[in-house]
Ligand binder design. Sequence first.
Ligand code: CIR
Length: 264
Amino acid sequence: MQKQRSWRFTHTLSRRPANSVKDGLRAAGQADPVPELFKEEHHHYLKALERSGVLTTVLPSLEAFPDSVFVEDPVLCLSSTAVILRPGASSRFGEAEAIRPELEKIFDQVVGLTGPGFVDGGDILLTDDIAFIGLSERTDRAGVEELRPILERHGYQIRVVTTPAGVLHFKSDCGLLDSETVFATKALADSGCFNGFKLIEAPSGEEAAANLIRVNDFVIMRTGFALTRDLLEQNGYAVITVPADEAAKVDGGLSCMSLRFSLK
Ligand code: CIR
């Protein structure tokens, strides 16, 4: 199946942060995010997406689900098909069904994983023809095996890889820069999982900027990581920075706050 470039998008789907985001899941030790500040950051994020040329749709917040702003985790978008995943954290399980009616309005086909395995979208990095899936605390082998035929039908070759210990999601540590190039932390780059791709390593001390997104002609990355910004610009990428300190308090980054896809 002929696919278009994996970083060209016409549309995005996001969800406004709920006030309950202050109760969002996090590894340990981080302060609660401040909902008002989170909403401001989210506004900047949406503006960056718009500047990149996509049509953004923003769903209302869901107070019952503190982590529901992170729409990337319960859904995977594959051209005209949306796959409803099975989030690996029980408090996030209901997010998957809550978003289904919205997906049915947009996509020709909406399919869902039925289990018993689990997959979080944050563990999936799609390139033009390879789907990297990171096994993690949230994504297990049973989930990968249920997802495998769906991805293969859409023309992807699957590479099952391992999310570094102590890292929430595979994509917490990497992002696609173009069809041949991945940006990744040294820990992930050293694992060799991106064999065959050109790699740009996150500067030491700026690992928290690794979760960037390429959207059309721009790379969108977190504000506050000057070395990373310079490195990307030196490599010819046009960069937009957006603040994401509140999202980071609950282990969120930039990829997780939108579903990015192309409609004909
Ligand atoms: C969680 O732990 O599920 C949320 N607090 C953060 C999810 C971030 N999602 C992502 O990186 N894809």
